[in-house]
Design a protein around this ligand. Structure first.
Ligand SMILES: C[S@@+](CC[C@H](N)C(=O)[O-])C[C@H]1O[C@@H](n2cnc3c(N)ncnc32)[C@H](O)[C@@H]1O
Length: 341
């Protein structure tokens, strides 16, 4: 019995001591909204940056030189929770990296994840794609695999309503924060879901930008190892009035479906990506190359199939297997910016 009482007394003391121990999150008596959030959870870290305190801190660390981060962090931790300080410094670093893709004005207002910066479409290419879709009459798009919203932002700015879908909770939180930060929340609905389970009926177009990197294997070259696989993305695109896929520019040509027009896009002299177009206004088998920022390009349509092909030899081989029936600058059906400058 005596042991039992000793145990009860010890327990009572332990509780009293625990209550008396200062909460490390309650810094010098200051009240911070973010203290109520769990730390070391990236979604909560992002949420903490969206509070007034988080936004003020982001402004303060905006131009922090990475070489001075430790000193800055030590100073700021006297006034703010450690988790918030490291989230702000990490976000500032990501924003600095994102300037090359999104420009200073947008990058310093947006929210990124490390993968999101890496995988997002640069604004110049996303804007080109969005303007093409708008010129083709598209007013609503299902942006499947939206990431942090690189394409969704450009689509919304072109005047297109976007259903933006991604399965990663942190990525969705960043996409939502970006739509808000850039005043586009009215046009962008972010949905956290697996794209293979989303109903896109009612959208004028479906755009899929599959993940082509994995944390374990790095860059993925096999289109069937994309997430979702290319074959799924092609069937989703074929099921829409207009379907568009973003793929790696080095895709093996034999992996390009016959129904697609394939387009390679370069920006500032670097080949950035390839796109596969499906649906109305698309010439199966056609190839295009577009040079940004000028918008100049080349459009090659395939030779029509005929019983006696122009390039056929009597032994059945071709003089030029790639000889096109026509190679020209843009057809007037495509947007102005697609025509040769
Ligand atoms: C290349 S990134 C998209 C980048 C985006 N277009 C942009 O510009 O920001 C691919 C995204 O696909 C998402 N993803 C991969 N498989 C998915 C799936 N089955 N369902 C939903 N999202 C998926 C990943 O979480 C990743 O954010």
């Amino acid at each position: 019995m005596a042991t039992f009482y000793r145990f009860v007394v010890l327990l009572a003391w332990a509780r009293i001591l625990a209550a008396a121990t200062p909460d490390p999150a309650r810094h010098r008596g200051r009240r911070h909204t973010v203290h109520r959030l769990a730390h070391n959870d990236p979604v909560n870290d992002l949420a903490s940056l969206l509070t007034p305190e988080g936004r003020a801190l982001l402004d303060e660390v905006r131009d922090t030189d990475p070489a001075r981060e430790l000193a800055v962090a030590t100073r700021l931790r006297r006034e703010h929770p450690a988790a918030l300080v490291s989230a702000a410094l990490g976000q500032a670093r990501l924003r600095q990296r994102a300037v090359a893709k999104f420009g200073e004005r947008d990058a310093t207002r947006m929210f990124f994840t490390p993968n999101g910066v890496e995988q997002s479409t640069r604004a110049s290419v996303a804007t080109y794609r969005a303007e093409c879709l708008y010129a083709l009459g598209v007013r609503s798009v299902a942006d499947l695999c939206c990431g942090i919203g690189g394409d969704a932002i450009a689509l919304a700015r072109a005047g297109i309503r976007v259903l933006a879908v991604d399965r990663d909770p942190l990525t969705c939180a960043a996409a939502r924060a970006n739509a808000d930060a850039l005043g586009l929340a009215e046009l962008i609905e972010v949905r956290e879901a697996d794209v293979t389970e989303v109903d896109t009926a009612g959208c004028d177009a479906v755009f899929v930008d599959p993940a082509r990197r994995s944390s374990k294997r790095g860059r993925i070259f096999d289109p069937e190892a994309y997430s979702p696989p290319l074959s799924w993305a092609v069937s989703a695109a074929l099921g829409a009035p207009l379907g568009l896929l973003k793929i790696a520019p080095g895709i093996p040509h034999e992996a390009i479906p016959e129904a697609a027009t394939a387009e390679w896009v370069s920006d500032g002299g670097d080949v950035k990506e390839a796109m596969l177009w499906f649906g109305r206004d698309v010439t199966p088998g056609a190839r295009r190359a577009t040079l940004l920022p000028a918008g100049a390009g080349l459009h090659v349509t395939p030779a029509p199939r005929s019983p006696t092909p122009k390039y056929a030899r009597s032994d059945g081989t071709c003089t030029s297997p790639t000889a096109p029936s026509s190679a020209h600058t843009w057809s007037p059906r495509w947007p102005r910016s697609w025509r040769a400058a």
